[in-house]
Design a protein. Structure first.
Length: 329
């Protein structure tokens, strides 16, 4: 697919390939009252971000470049589940200063604030990721995507908006993580990675839950899970399972908090039954009236079962991420 848009409108559905081009200027934005929305107003309503996670059984790393129009945001964290140690950096830039998110298939994204820098280079075969703070390199990683089918979809959102997402899980990764005064070899320590590229004209007030898992099942297959509610629920769903790089669509799920550190995620047909124990949380709460965000992302341990195409996948204490997000933007 060359372009996500055709005759000024987004193509809707789940796709086999990533669009070569996503340019907001190709979208003809019209309000419910048939007013054409252009220029600065259109750009401010367009939201885009790239999130990447890397993990093994001990460490969880998360980083993102976010352009919300009104503000740019970049963050990086590394959590050691065994010791509880955390390294975290998070910065904002007004009106997306020094913030660039590339929504094309190939290109570069970056966020810079003072001495903190995130660089993500998208290539045909993967991602090249670097994170720096001053003279210190925090992450230098190469993520491979060629042997894993992508989740690519676009769905209608609100009265005249749309949401596009490209996600992949359980990806191979090489390079080094620099944490707690040591260089950690990502390949030797069996790290896997997950990608989330999302953009669109999102609801001005929205909320969602999200779960992402990258690991191995009991039989040694590469296992990936992506589950969400509150987003991409019109016409298509982003709920998916990956086994050794092959993707399978999953049904709708409910996220239910049962105790402070315990959640349940399940489907109506009983095919998905997951228990989530949460640990360290990345949290932000900002309320500026017109713009607000309540963000929770927990490093989590995930157990349970998923039945897909008459086959049962058992998940035994796998590391993942659980997210709860409310936004007004």
């Amino acid at each position: 697919m060359k372009n996500l848009f055709e005759h000024g409108k987004p193509r809707y559905g789940r796709f086999k390939v990533v669009p070569q081009c996503i340019d907001i200027h190709d979208f003809h934005y019209v309000s419910p009252f048939k007013r054409h929305i252009t220029g600065l107003e259109k750009n401010l309503r367009f939201k885009s971000f790239q999130f990447i996670s890397l993990n093994n059984s001990q460490y969880m790393v998360g980083l993102a470049v976010v352009d919300l129009g009104w503000v740019g945001h970049g963050f990086f964290y590394c959590h050691d589940l065994q010791t509880g140690k955390v390294l975290e950096h998070s910065f904002l830039q007004p009106f997306g200063k020094h913030t660039h998110v590339c929504n094309h298939q190939v290109g570069s994204s970056s966020f810079k604030k003072s001495s903190f820098l995130i660089e993500i280079k998208k290539t045909a075969t993967g991602r090249l990721v670097k994170v720096r703070r001053g003279k210190h390199l925090l992450l230098d990683a190469t993520i491979g995507i060629k042997d894993t089918e992508p989740l690519v979809l676009c769905s209608p959102t609100g009265a005249s908006g749309w949401t596009y997402t490209h996600k992949q899980t359980a990806l191979s990764v090489t390079g080094s993580l620099y944490f707690n005064q040591q260089a950690i070899d990502l390949k030797n320590q069996q790290f896997v990675a997950a990608l989330d590229d999302t953009c669109g004209i999102l609801r001005p007030e929205t909320a969602w839950h999200w779960l992402s898992l990258s690991g191995m099942d009991r039989t040694g297959q590469r296992l990936g899970i992506n589950l969400a509610s509150g987003v991409n629920e019109t016409f298509v769903s982003e709920n998916s399972l990956w086994l050794n790089g092959k993707i399978f669509e999953l049904p709708a799920v409910l996220f239910e908090q049962q105790a402070k550190n315990q959640w349940r995620i399940y489907s109506a047909d009983g095919g998905i039954e997951l228990s989530i124990q949460t640990h360290w949380r990345r949290h932000e709460a900002k309320n500026f009236g017109v713009v607000a965000s309540q963000f929770n992302q927990w490093v989590s341990t995930i157990s349970g079962t998923i039945t897909c195409q008459d086959s049962r996948v058992d998940i035994d204490a796998q590391m993942g991420l659980l997210e709860q997000h409310y936004a007004k933007w």
